[in-house]
Design a protein around this ligand. Sequence first.
Ligand code: GDP
Length: 533
Amino acid sequence: MTDPQFLKDLAREAGRRRTFGIISHPDAGKTTLTEKLLLYGGAIQMAGTVKARKAARYATSDWMAMERERGISVTSSVMQFEYQDFAVNLLDTPGHQDFSEDTYRVLTAVDSAVMVIDSAKGVETQTRKLMDVCRLRDTPIITFINKMDREGREPLDLLSDIEESLGIECAAMTWPVGMGKGFKGTWNILKNQLHLFSATHGGKIQEGIVIKGLDDPRLDELLGTQADDLRRDMELVEGAGYPFDRERYLAGKQTPVFFGSAINNFGVQELLNAFVDLAPAPRPRTATTREVAPTEPEFSGVVFKIQANMDPAHRDRIAFLRICSGRFTRGMKLRHHRIGKDVTIANATIFMAQDRSNVDEAWPGDIIGLHNHGTIKIGDTFTEKEPLKFTGIPSFAPEHFRRVILKSPLKAKQLQKGLAQLAEEGAVQVFRPLMGNDYILGAVGVLQFDVIMARLKDEYGVDALYEPVQYTCARFVSCEDKRTLADFERAMHSSLAKDAEDNLAYLAPSQWRLEDTQEKWPDVRFNTTREHE
Ligand code: GDP
């Protein structure tokens, strides 16, 4: 029988975990907000690190510089910090030049997200893409409208932009008083409390300025004519807006909205307080056979990301595993189900804000890093005994393609190895057409190609070139009827390829051709995503 004290510890530890990611368009303020959140979590030394990482990110063309920063970039890909009674795991969602499938996959490992919007810009393209991914799993999202110290769009206008472009209800939790030079602070709608903006108090919520409702005459003393503006806004919000509804938030249908200025550390603490309070603790995860609750005593976890060559001297690879249930202890024996082997996990890494340190114990919602010599793949499940396979870690059909041409044929082996590892890491998708010997690379974002080329040279000593190819989209092909599939393969041979995991893909030269082929082969499925087997 399971020790009742252990079950109690497990419920407590899982219940106090908050695992999330930040989604935003570049320049909305994700890095700045991350730094401020870490300051509240007491991980002050991180602040500089996040900036250093960002600097590295801008230097993508100079991969060596990026590589030098890599130790840092990896530590900050998962940051754990304590806040109040909570253990918060912040998973970085790479969003700039390195925007890729990886970004999407990280979102499958979080329980909720914070969306940062630039008040002058509103919803932007990348936010929209990331939101689509969140929607696949109905991930609950809290919104932070940033840069209120700048002249931006009207708050009501921003809310309707979010509602219309992203198809999610907004529930204002705070409301700005003015903006830009006239920005006075925010009104906390639930607490009936004014939070005054000042450049000098460092953003801490000041005690003592509690206003008893909007009719309190002290509001006029503090805000002057802006008090009436606030009253009018609040009437509008009450009339036209959605009141906060936790169930709808948890179902991903409503987003509570906060206003602030990350760089001035204003509104960040309010956001963090609400976040730990409202955001869900680890939720049950779906496996092929059943749903697994985090409070189940048996350990289980799923690999959602692989990062290669983190330390150029060791050529190691780290598999990032999200704990889904039970407790991880160092030295534990786990079953790696895809290959049916038991492995002893002696040197797992947990990603703390300060540095990478060896874990003794980790709980549902935590991320641990497993050293990997090529046997672990994205989507792999580890448990103590039960043969489980978690689902929901997708691979996206790429939208951009290039053919790789080797400069020296002597490097064919290295090219093969490099591409295999980079594909496994999820940095790029590699297709081998059924006809010929080509390597076709497919990516979700076009900037991935430069990174891949630089890494091939740097990490594998391969000099190569790209050639344009006539593909516009790829679809993963499946069909229940084996004979139809065989007919399809014969007929379409010259347009078919295998990806790195041997999945059959149809590479279409145009959208029109794709539609035409789909019409001709109604029993064949053309999937834009596939789950890792
Ligand atoms: P990221 O690309 O989303 O990580 O954005 P950063 O955090 O790097 O911010 C982009 C730019 O916006 C930087 O120059 C920041 O200093 C600036 N920024 C971030 N937050 C604020 C803010 O609250 N107000 C103003 N005026 N600028 C901000």
